[in-house]
Design a protein around this ligand. Structure first.
Ligand code: 3HC
Length: 306
């Protein structure tokens, strides 16, 4: 028997490319009202413009009707800065999509746990950070991990890992923390399916299945560029045309964001202690130079429209 996700309202925390993409598929495909929160009003503005652009593009391509776009847009509302996280109180599930920083995520989940409904599913779109560590940060003050309240709070935390661009990529990787309950996992799976996605499940290991396999591949390609084995164009062309990848590894690194790639690679390196995951020096230097890829106009390639 299929599980009902029971999400009547979704909260999305972070309106960057991932958060907005998640809001988009939830509002359009799962037809769920979405409360969008970001601490930057400027980023919210950018996110809403992107939502309008994506809906208009889908209408112009005949993928959706005008009325569907209008209804999806009406399902999206913005939480005010004054309300802050309290504005997500009505949500049955909250998906966090902020930058890859463990202490930031722990702070956010600790606040979500005290500000939001005690039965709301708390999901992280993290690319590699331990869901078990994030779940532990939701234990209410004064409670232990073994107390009923401590167990209940951590049991509703799950990894819900979407891929970029969210409207196009067909996968959601579910990550089960040590504490995640079967109910949380199955309702999250049902919700991802309602968003039009296929689902895989990974244990909570550094990088999960997806990034533990993808990032070393990207990191290795950067090392080959560093060693001067081939030009960046030829490295990308080899994988694109030789292996039918939609993008070469350096193009893909720019697309994901070099800061995000470095953060994931560092998590793999620190989490396993295995030197094979050491980030490439060139990747570190590019991030030092604030060359973050497509999002800010310069990475391995240049993006004048960023
Ligand atoms: N948002 C929404 N839709 C987008 C989009 C975006 N940012 N970029 C492209 N699209 C849509 C286009 O509108 C087009 O739709 P259509 O089929 O209805 O016309 C379709 O995608 C194909 O786009 P284009 O024809 O413009 O360009 P391409 O054929 O080159 O495809 C691509 C672009 C889909 C991005 C393709 O290059 C691709 O699949 N690249 C690999 C992406 C990938 O691997 N993503 C995963 C990254 S890892 C990750 O996210 C995990 C994280 O934890 C790091």
């Amino acid at each position: 028997m299929s599980v009902v996700h029971g999400i009547r309202t979704l909260g999305v925390l972070g309106s960057g490319q991932m958060g907005l993409g998640i809001a988009y598929v939830a509002a359009l495909r799962a037809k769920v009202p979405v409360l969008l929160y970001d601490r930057s009003a400027e980023q919210i503005d950018k996110g809403l413009k992107l939502m309008d652009k994506l809906l208009a593009k889908d209408v112009s391509k005949g993928k959706i009707q005008d009325i569907e776009a209008k209804e999806a847009r009406e399902r999206l509302s913005v939480v005010s800065q004054e309300q802050g996280l309290k504005g997500l109180r009505d949500a049955d599930m909250i998906v966090e999509a902020v930058s890859e920083n463990l202490s930031l995520k722990q702070k956010i989940f600790s606040s979500l746990s005290s500000e939001c409904r005690p039965d709301a599913i708390l999901a992280s779109n993290t690319s590699s950070i331990s869901i078990t560590k994030i779940a532990a940060s939701t234990i209410p003050e004064g409670q232990s991990a073994a107390s009923e309240l401590g167990k209940q709070s951590a049991a509703r935390v799950v990894g819900l890992h979407f891929f970029n661009p969210v409207p196009v990529m067909k996968l959601v990787e579910l990550i089960s923390a040590l504490q995640t309950s079967t109910d949380t996992l199955e309702r999250s799976r049902a919700f991802a399916i309602a968003c039009g996605k296929e689902v895989t499940v990974s244990k909570d290991v550094p990088g999960f299945v997806s990034n533990a396999l993808l990032m070393p591949f990207i990191n290795e390609a950067i090392m080959w560029l560093e060693k001067g084995v081939a030009t960046k164009e030829d490295i990308d062309k080899t994988l694109k045309l030789g292996m039918n990848h939609p993008m070469g590894p350096l193009q893909l690194a720019d697309f994901i964001g070099l800061d995000t790639c470095l953060a994931i690679q560092q998590t793999l390196y620190q989490g396993t202690g295995d030197s094979k995951y050491r980030p490439s020096v060139l990747l570190e230097r590019m991030v030092d130079a604030q060359w973050y890829g497509r999002k800010n106009g310069k990475g391995f390639y240049e993006y004048p429209d960023a």
